[in-house]
Ligand binder design. Structure first.
Ligand code: ATP
Length: 259
């Protein structure tokens, strides 16, 4: 693979739910080390698009390649091993567990030793456990959540829970991170924190980010590339400035948002 090859390459993606065409011929490339946003009005097909990348939905037609692999041959549970992780619109945390517990659970899905591995091969399990705990510490430091590490997630503010959710997604050391409406429901300060972390995880950890986002300030501030869906079709792609100035986008999306 050369430096200019896309990390994720999508061609001609189609999805039908009975009579509803949720996506029509959607194609895009995601360059390594970029932050790419998918925007569009409600029902435009953004979640459907994510769910196909995550292998939760089978496309009616099209190709999804990640690095040199055909992702359509992967099962959803293989994605972490391939280097893809995601956050969910609704928190997917173990609410009664502490922050550390949640990060360890996210990581254990990725370890080679199974839950009972220690009974048969203590050496590898022990080494993996040490590495997992070290990685958890790195994530806790990166996300600046040292002080809440032993608190049950259910006692945290919504913004902090979303930060832990981001940590859970980072636990598998993804190359590509899919963020689904990460700042929805957050206040201004929490939103700014998350935007800063997304930039840092691209710049410091080298993680490529593909995000669905309704918050236009965040999209315009941190995206390298923005793709706009409307009624399942890609109507514009470009830099934030290019997309913001596109009349079709203003009519389909920004016009709706302003009304
Ligand atoms: N499981 C499903 N069964 C039937 N129709 C579906 C299903 N999932 C999505 N759709 C339809 O596909 C279209 C695209 O929906 P999707 O949820 O992908 O849009 P979206 O852009 O994510 O919307 P929002 O911003 O509101 O989350 C909509 O018409 C929706 O009703």
């Amino acid at each position: 693979m050369t430096a200019v090859d896309p990390l994720l390459s999508i061609r001609g993606l189609n999805m039908r739910f009975g009579g509803v065409k949720a996506l029509t011929d959607v194609s895009m490339d995601v360059a390594p080390g970029s932050i790419v946003s998918i925007i569009g009005p409600n029902g435009a097909g953004k979640t459907t698009f994510f769910n196909m990348i995550c292998r939760l939905y089978e496309p009616s037609a099209g190709q999804i390649r990640f690095q040199d692999r055909d992702l359509l041959h992967c099962k959803p549970h293989d994605l972490a091993g391939q280097g893809i992780s995601r956050t969910f619109q609704n928190l997917a945390l173990f609410r009664h567990g502490t922050v550390v517990d949640n990060l360890l659970v996210g990581m254990h899905a990725h370890l080679k030793s199974g839950v009972f591995g220690g009974a048969w091969y203590w050496g590898r399990t022990s080494r993996e456990e040490c590495m997992a705990r070290e990685r958890v510490e790195t994530i806790i430091e990166f996300l600046e959540i040292e002080e809440i590490r032993h608190q049950p997630v259910s006692t945290l503010s919504y913004g902090l829970q979303k930060r832990v959710e981001l940590g859970r997604a980072l636990a598998t050391q993804p190359k590509l991170l899919l963020l689904d409406e990460m700042v929805s429901g957050m206040n201004h300060e929490e939103t700014e924190d998350i935007a800063r972390f997304v930039l840092d995880l691209r710049d410091e950890l080298g993680i490529t980010v593909l995000m669905i986002e309704h918050d236009m300030d965040v999209v315009m501030d941190i995206s390298d590339t923005v793709h706009v869906l409307n009624f399942g079709c890609m109507i514009a792609s470009g830099t934030p400035a290019e997309v913001a100035g596109n009349p079709a986008v203003v009519e389909a999306y920004l016009g709706v948002a302003k009304s």
